[in-house]
Design a protein around this ligand. Structure first.
Ligand code: ZN
Length: 59
């Protein structure tokens, strides 16, 4: 179970979709094909947000 690093709550939302593609698209704009590759390499990370204190972080 994921806990909020800020308040310790287990009431955490995890975004399992979209992060890799979105990051790759941004990388493509900023750094071209190399940025696109970097975006895909980073696609295993997930976004998490605490529903109690709204803290956001990557897991
Ligand atoms: Zn929290």
């Amino acid at each position: 179970m994921v806990k909020c690093p800020d308040c310790g709550s287990e009431n955490v939302y995890i975004d399992k979709k979209g992060y890799g593609l979105g990051k790759a698209a941004v990388g493509m704009v900023v750094a071209g094909p190399v940025g696109l590759l970097g975006g895909f390499l980073g696609s295993k990370k997930l976004k998490a947000q605490c529903l109690d204190c709204k803290w956001k972080w990557k897991i």
